[in-house]
Write a protein that binds this ligand. Structure first.
Ligand code: NAG
Ligand code: NAG
Ligand code: NAG
Ligand code: NAG
Ligand code: NAG
Ligand code: NAG
Ligand code: NAG
Length: 171
């Protein structure tokens, strides 16, 4: 009996410790959390105007993230229009923001080739682009970046939590 108690206490302790350790491990700065390459009605083909616009946008994001921690951009004309944004969580400085966005823009381009729409989440930042307009909800209400009619997966838990914390602090 005593032994069982002791054992379960030990088990409890170690699993809590493990959990704590795991969280600390997985959630270090600039860690990647999730990437969603979203299937769209059309694929990106290399060398197209859309592709060029997208690359310009990602390059702009890399530059802008050394100045601001949020930016949205619309670039290109008609069916070649790309909508995009990046966002760093409130508790990171601009150096970290810049490093994170740099990484994110490179990774998203690498991992989501052929996709006209994609989102990547890091612990400290996110980058999103699409051939459909999604920026208005963001502007008016940071909380509802990803709501209702958004075809975006709802599994962004940790990032949203971090974002919400920031918003609470701001309001
Ligand atoms: C997009 O590309 C994927 C893989 O290359 C292919 O399976 C899919 O059919 C393509 N979709 C369209 C709409 O061209
Ligand atoms: C792709 O881009 C390269 C360099 O910009 C150019 O030389 C090539 O002709 C283009 N290919 C097509 C199919 O447009
Ligand atoms: C980003 O900054 C670099 C270096 O300052 C510059 O060469 C490049 O043109 C900029 N890119 C964009 C899209 O503004
Ligand atoms: C960001 O989006 C808003 C519309 O929601 C637009 O008015 C604004 O010009 C955009 N900013 C940039 C830099 O594209
Ligand atoms: C930004 O934050 C990182 C991580 O917390 C830290 O290592 C770095 O020194 C900070 N840089 C500045 C300029 O405050
Ligand atoms: C960028 O990502 C790579 C691989 O995911 C990682 O090793 C590196 O530390 C990251 N750097 C920054 C500045 O986020
Ligand atoms: C890129 O995609 C590969 C395979 O789909 C995945 O294992 C990897 O974690 C992804 N990396 C990023 C940074 O999205």
């Amino acid at each position: 009996m005593e032994t069982t108690k002791k054992l379960s206490a030990l088990f409890c302790f170690t699993s809590l410790f493990c959990l704590y350790f795991t969280i600390n491990q997985t959630m270090s700065e600039s860690d990647h959390m999730d990437t969603f390459c979203i299937k769209s009605s059309r694929n990106i083909t290399h060398n197209t105007t859309y592709n060029t616009n997208l690359n310009t946008m990602l390059s702009t994001f890399r530059n802008k993230s050394s100045i601001v921690n949020y930016y949205n951009l619309t670039t290109g004309l008609a069916s070649d229009t790309v909508y995009g944004m990046f966002l760093c969580t409130g508790d990171v400085n601009i150096t970290t923001c810049n490093a994170c966005v740099k990484n994110a823009t490179i990774e998203i381009a690498k991992n989501c080739t052929n996709h006209r729409e994609a989102i990547i989440y890091y612990y400290d930042c996110m980058v999103r682009y699409s051939d459909k307009f999604f920026l208005s909800t963001l502007e008016t209400q940071p909380y509802s970046i990803w709501t209702a009619d958004d075809p975006i997966p709802k599994t962004l838990g940790p990032f949203r939590k971090r974002l919400s914390k920031k918003m609470e602090r701001l309001s």
